[in-house]
Write a protein that binds this ligand. Structure first.
Ligand SMILES: [Zn+2]
Length: 249
């Protein structure tokens, strides 16, 4: 057993939460009981993840995408009321770490995606250092990279660019980071890999010559929260398990 406060203070410290400007609060978002024995991790604090945490009689749901995003209405109604009501009824803590968990050099989504894909990070740049630049372990074509992403992440990516293009340098940022494409292209990489694509990136890929791969928001962001969970399980006397959802987006 460990105290919620000790676990979350440790997370704040290791993730350097205070150094980020974010769109949602990082750390505790919905307060539950103080004593923590069982933590469920998930990408998103969805209804399904909350129900799983309730079923497992977990004390904490720890996620990458919490609630209370800046763009959302401030009211607690509808689906948001349902989620919060379930957490409060069962006295389950819900904590979220967003950008700090994307950016952490070992546990972060970007670092973890690189690790499972075998990419070597050279440096980080762009907005809040969220853009990663690096190289694949071995020479690969754009089509080969698409295939490897598809097999590793178990989701078919959208690949924009010519199939036989050699990929020597890669830029990546997990999740909904299609807006960083111009910055990635300016770094002179062969391809930019992120989680989502909007209409404009198709044209930018054609016109800049930098290839673009959208590999799935959920699919690219499954790994940071699991790495954080493993670290917590080693550091504290708690059980941690990961809830995965089938999310094609
Ligand atoms: Zn995300």
């Amino acid at each position: 057993m460990a105290s919620r406060k000790a676990i979350l203070n440790w997370c704040d410290e290791i993730l350097q939460t205070h150094t980020f400007k974010d769109y949602a609060p990082n750390g505790l978002q919905v307060e539950g009981r103080e004593d923590t024995e069982h933590i469920v991790t998930a990408v998103t604090a969805s209804r399904a993840a909350i129900h799983y945490a309730v079923e497992q009689q977990a004390d904490m749901l720890l996620v990458h995408h919490g609630m209370f995003w800046k763009s959302e209405p401030l009211t607690v109604t509808g689906w948001k009321k349902e989620r919060i009501a379930a957490l409060l009824k069962h006295d389950i803590n819900m904590a979220g770490y967003h950008l700090p968990l994307d950016a952490h050099p070992e546990l972060g989504n970007n670092a973890q995606l690189a690790a499972i894909m075998g990419w070597k990070t050279e440096y980080c740049c762009g907005e809040q250092n969220l853009l990663n630049i690096g190289v694949p372990v071995e020479p690969i074509t754009l089509a080969g990279l698409g295939k490897k992403l598809s097999e590793t992440l178990q989701r078919k990516p959208v690949v924009i660019g010519s199939a036989d293009k050699p990929v020597k340098r890669i830029a990546w940022c997990t999740g909904g980071a299609q807006g960083f494409f111009q910055t990635a292209s300016d770094e002179g990489v062969d391809v930019y890999v992120t989680g989502e694509i909007s209409e404009a990136q198709f044209h930018l890929a054609q016109e800049t010559g930098t290839a673009f791969i959208s590999a799935g928001h959920h699919a690219t962001e499954r790994y940071g929260i699991q790495a954080l969970g493993k670290e917590i399980a080693q550091k504290f006397d708690v059980k941690v398990d990961f809830f995965d959802e089938q999310n094609p987006a």
